[in-house]
Design a protein around this ligand. Structure first.
Ligand SMILES: Cc1ncc(COP(=O)(O)O)c(C=O)c1O
Length: 387
């Protein structure tokens, strides 16, 4: 079915060609830890021939497997694996390939826990990491060592939304025998397919847009079969597998991913452009805006933009910053984006001047509300800044 249809259609039908029990239109939640055979003889005979199929949900489960089939089709990879969180997926992929004595090159604006895992936690196991901005090929060339095994990419990256040239970096890495991994949570497979650009392994926090409703924790690794077989063993040994009910929630979220992303693209750009026109806003970090320093690269390797970005203010007092946020009625303050609700986080950013004012960096997530309402809400709050 894969090649014949577009992703919107595959998300509704792939793996569901056979009807489910009782003519149910939704897949069953196979909420079991264990799968048994009728007799011990049957079990032992099948296991010996490697034909037993499902044995234990820590290894595999049909509900989760259905989500994995769809995710592999979305990312155009041979296979995909689901994990209990994005961090379980990221850690399992890295631990599969970064053995003691290995060196890793990582983007310095990657998701902070990923940087902690590589930059400090894994040093205990003899893995060293060099951080680079990732914006220029020469940084990778300068950082490479004879024992470099992995290049960890996140494009666009967290907080500043910086890009890496995925085609150029992965081509160069392959020529040096280095595996590439890319966190694709921001763009989602709807707007970017790192594997099609040459990246070996694509990672997701499915707790974000893929799930889409702020009601599940999940992670994904998608890639070629040989790598996936090795990472599946890591998943089974470390145990960070997705449980069936969350697999089912993920399947439900995925069905509407393309239409939610279309909306995220439009609403995010509308709010970003409006913010860029505001006198208190010094800069908007959104790769879809023409003045983003990597806009041309963004257009070349992505088909659209999601709705998480940041903006920097002119110097303001802490009181003004909090007064701005306290006037907002449609935004909540929290970290995990990709759901239906709009969010904001913010920090003082840089040195305070003599008047005690400093620039603030706000990370904004534009949810599924009407963007005109969000802009009105932001306008009212910005007016409080002027007061
Ligand atoms: C870009 C990015 N990657 C990975 C993760 C980790 O995913 P999870 O929270 O599902 O473990 C996050 C979560 O916030 C994220 O923002």
């Amino acid at each position: 079915m894969k090649q014949e249809f577009s992703v919107e259609t595959l998300l509704q039908h792939l793996g569901e060609e056979e009807s489910f029990p009782y003519g149910s239109v939704t897949p069953p939640i196979v909420q079991t830890s264990l799968f048994t055979a009728r007799t011990l003889r049957e079990r032992n005979a099948r296991q010996g021939r490697n034909e037993f199929g499902y044995t234990y949900t820590r290894a595999d489960n049909p509900t989760v497997r259905l989500a994995e089939q769809k995710l592999a089709a979305l990312e155009s990879t041979e296979d995909a694996l689901c994990f209990s969180s994005g961090m379980a997926a990221i850690a399992s992929a890295i631990l599969t390939f970064a053995e003691c004595g290995a060196h890793v090159i990582c983007v310095d604006t990657a998701y902070p826990p990923t940087r902690t895992l590589l930059g400090s936690w894994l040093t205990r196991y003899g893995v060293q990491t060099t951080f680079v901005s990732g914006e220029r090929m020469e940084e990778f060339e300068a950082a490479v060592q004879p024992n470099t095994r992995l290049i960890y990419l996140e494009s666009p990256s967290s907080l500043y939304f910086r890009l890496q040239d995925l085609r150029a970096v992965s081509q160069w890495a392959r020529a040096h025998g280095i595996r590439t991994l890319c966190d694709n949570s921001w763009a989602t497979p709807v707007f970017q397919n790192p594997h099609a650009l040459g990246v070996d392994l694509v990672l997701h926090s499915a707790s974000k847009y893929l799930g889409g409703h702020s009601d599940l924790l999940a992670g994904v690794v998608a890639g070629g079969m040989e790598d996936i077989v090795r990472i599946r063993q890591t998943r089974e040994l470390l145990g960070g597998v997705l449980e069936p009910f969350s697999g089912w929630l993920l399947l439900r979220g995925l069905r509407t991913l393309p239409i939610r992303m279309e909306r995220a693209h439009r609403s995010g750009l509308q709010v970003a452009k409006w913010l860029a026109s505001q006198p208190h806003v010094a800069r908007v970090n959104h790769p879809g805006l023409p003045d983003h320093p990597q806009h041309a690269l963004a257009q070349a390797q992505m088909r659209g933009y999601s709705s998480l970005f940041s903006f920097e203010t002119v110097p303001i007092t802490e009181e003004q910053a909090y007064a701005f946020t306290e006037r907002l009625r449609l935004f909540r303050f929290g970290c995990s984006w990709g759901g239906y609700e709009s969010l904001l986080l913010g920090w003082a950013h840089g040195e305070a001047n003599a008047q005690g004012k400093s620039p603030w960096l706000f990370r904004i997530y534009v949810g599924l509300e009407n963007p005109d309402d969000l802009i009105r809400d932001l306008q009212g709050a910005i007016d409080a800044l002027l007061a």
